[in-house]
Design a protein around this ligand. Structure first.
Ligand SMILES: Cc1ncc(C[n+]2csc(CCOP(=O)(O)OP(=O)(O)O)c2C)c(N)n1
Length: 672
């Protein structure tokens, strides 16, 4: 089949071998320009799958770009959602929307999210981004076709690294069990994942033999030979009673010499010079209006900037970070503190680190990078959050101090039952490094923005949970959790650089909050504040308390500054780095001593705020303060720049200050 008019049954546009190859080449170019405009994303895998994508969307699958909900269309599932740009340029080339629109990729408000979201963009079948789930969805759709005697086909595009996930093999069993001959799974066998070569990270061996033994009809092809690709799809259409697996041997980064077979290009995008070199290699530099495409992206971004600025509460001055001398701070990602601590304390032979194929980015690899002798204590688990958690449990049971780390979403929720029943119920000494927490992971979008860990993890018996406010505090917390806290522990930290507001001397006592007070507005932001342990603090009859954790602590400090300068209000900032066990004494003391109390979290609103509220309510105070919460308001995240999202989702200091003022005014009005 092909791009079809669903009303007349006629082919809208047909491709021969030559034009299909040309289209695939152009799609590579468009993909790279979009990635360059986005400033982040996945070059390697989008290039390795592009010939297959071109064949599927332009020639093989039955689709009507004018009728995305056409019942008879073939369904294409992108199980590896990080290859979204390849999906978007495929849809554009098929005629679903103008190609230039894809240049808004990964920008705030764009339908071209970092990972595909079917509710944002017609023609996207399902939302993906958490690896290992697309095949199961495909099976569900294929089963529905069988139940209702529908003739459409289901194609699932997966990556080889993705097959580290146990869920893929569960799905493989099910596909064969139900004899789904209407299901074709494509494996982009490029032999690379993030941390390196698949066979070194978690050997897959022969995918062909494995899938054959699972009951698939298996076709092995060169995934860049267009004729072979088309033939394999034709053969796949004739399967009698088996699901089909096309193992497409490909080259990650295909088409651009300096990207080919280089693991580092997994999550890197070309800068302007690299883009030019790449497009010249693809013989597209003179053919494409790169300037025009980039202008489209720039114009869209300007609109975003204006929209977001409108969402910001306004004061007499701009108090945003580094806009005026006094607001100058150093910025460092909290994950750097995690890496430093592992490097410094990793000499302890009991420490074993488990990598989940994102080791460089979350900084767990710093454990061994300068200490080759520790490499044997670094266990590569591939993309296996669930298995990694139980393996860590086994290590802990035998006296080791295992540390396991990946994106917070996968670290706290992909393995939720393993964490609950094996680790927490057994009270085992496993350290979870929940990296890239919060929306500040930015352009990757909702699938990668961990906003629920405080609720999911903080409710577990025996668990300790720390959410440090900056890189320095992250280092202290990592060291403490690793060596001093027995039992399960979870550290929530972030990807983006955030203000450093503590130093070596700042108190950090596990389980005890700090009080931060603005003493004297002066030229140096950090020096204007004094920090003491909450247990040592005596009330100064401040009117306001802001109770915060994680990256909202610096925002709370800035809010205290705004409240003082603009309204003359004194604020007690409570840095509650340890969320479990919670320093209820400090919280209740604040509640009893101020008139307005606002909680602030870069998390679903209430995960932290409700813990603070219940601590206050349970204390049975005679009088409770006016209470407000700042957090993400019952929604999923979105693609965008980290600081754009902080502003757009109402998490900035300006929003905290505004909330305080609103509460103050409500009170005044009621008195009248
Ligand atoms: C459950 C889950 N864990 C981790 C990640 C982070 N991640 C994104 S892509 C990727 C590597 C995927 O490798 P592969 O499937 O081989 O894709 P390709 O190399 O073809 O891009 C990882 C670990 C994720 N998206 N989902």
């Amino acid at each position: 089949m092909a791009i079809t008019n669903s009303k007349t049954g006629k082919i809208r546009k047909s491709y021969n071998l030559k034009s299909l190859k040309e289209a695939a080449n152009l799609m590579r170019g468009l993909n790279l320009v979009a990635l360059n405009c986005a400033g982040s994303g996945h070059s390697g895998g989008t290039l390795s799958i592009m010939d297959i994508a071109a064949a599927l969307y332009l020639k093989v699958a039955r689709l009507d770009p004018q009728n995305p909900d056409w019942e008879k269309r073939d369904r294409i599932i992108w199980s590896g959602g990080h290859k979204a740009p390849a999906l978007y340029v495929s849809l554009a080339m098929a005629g679903c929307f103008p190609t230039e629109e894809v240049m808004t990729l990964r920008k705030f408000g764009s339908p071209f999210q970092g990972h595909p979201h079917w509710l944002d963009l017609k023609n996207v079948e399902v939302s993906t981004g958490s690896l290992g789930q697309g095949l199961g969805i495909g099976i569900g759709i294929a089963l529905r076709a069988k139940l209702d005697r529908k003739k459409f086909k289901v194609f699932v595009i997966s990556g080889d690294g993705e097959w580290d996930e146990g869920s893929m093999w569960e799905s493989a069993l099910a596909a064969a069990h139900y004899k789904l001959n209407n299901l074709v799974v494509i494996i982009d066998r490029n032999y690379l994942q993030i941390d390196g070569r698949t066979e070194e990270i978690m050997s897959l061996g022969s995918m062909e033999k494995k899938l054959l033994s699972f009951g698939f009809e298996v076709l092995k092809i060169n995934g860049h030979d267009m004729e072979a690709i088309l033939n394999s799809f034709q053969k796949a259409g004739k399967s009698k009673n088996k699901p089909v697996a096309i193992v497409a041997h490909t080259v990650k980064g295909k088409g651009v010499s300096f990207m080919e077979n280089v693991a580092g290009w997994h999550g890197r995008v070309p800068n302007d010079e690299e883009l030019e070199a790449a497009l010249k290699e693809l013989k597209l530099w003179d053919k494409m209006d790169v300037g025009g495409l980039k202008a489209k992206a720039a114009t869209y971004q300007k609109r975003v900037n204006r929209k977001i600025e409108k969402l910001m509460p306004k004061f007499s001055k701009n108090y945003f970070w580094n806009t005026q001398e006094t607001m100058k701070v150093e910025m460092e990602p909290t994950r750097f503190g995690f890496g430093r601590a592992l490097e410094e304390k990793g000499g302890d032979k009991r420490v074993v680190c488990l990598g989940l194929d994102i080791s460089g980015s979350v900084k767990i690899s710093q454990f061994y990078e300068n200490h080759p002798e520790r490499k044997k204590r670094f266990l590569s688990m591939g993309i296996q959050e669930q298995n990694g958690t139980t393996v860590a449990a086994g290590l802990a049971k035998e006296g080791k101090l295992p540390v396991i780390s990946t994106y917070g979403v996968f670290c706290s929720q992909r393995n939720a039952d393993q964490m609950r029943t094996t680790v927490c119920y057994g009270n085992l000494n496993v350290f979870f490094g929940g990296a890239h927490g919060g929306i500040s992971v930015g352009a990757d979008g909702a699938t990668h923005q961990a906003l629920e860990e405080i609720s999911v993890v903080g409710i577990l018996p025996n668990m300790s949970l720390v959410v440090p406010c900056d890189a320095v505090e992250t280092q202290k917390a990592t060291e403490h959790l690793l060596l001093k806290v027995k039992g399960p522990k979870y550290l929530r930290f972030a990807r983006e650089a955030t203000p450093v507001v503590t130093d070596k001397k700042t108190p950090f006592v596990f389980g005890q909050a700090n009080v931060i007070r603005l003493r004297k507005i002066g030229p140096d932001f950090n020096k204007a504040f004094e920090t003491v342990l909450a247990s040592k603090y005596k009330s100064e009859k401040e009117e306001v308390a802001i109770v915060a954790c994680g990256p909202e602590v610096p925002e709370a400090m800035r809010a205290a500054w705004i409240l003082k300068q603009e309204f003359g209000l004194e604020t007690r900032v409570l840095n509650v780095h340890t969320v479990k066990p919670l320093d209820k004494q400090a919280i209740v003391a604040a509640a009893g001593e101020v008139k307005i109390l606002v909680t602030a979290e870069e998390h679903q609103k209430g995960g932290f705020g409700n813990l603070i509220a219940s601590a206050i309510m349970e204390a049975g105070l005679v009088q409770v303060p006016k209470f407000g919460m700042i957090g993400v308001n019952d929604r999923f995240g979105a693609s965008g720049r980290p600081w754009e999202l902080i502003k757009a989702f109402g998490l900035s200091a300006e929003h905290i200050a505004q909330k305080v003022i609103q509460l103050k005014e409500v009170k005044k009005e009621k008195k009248k």
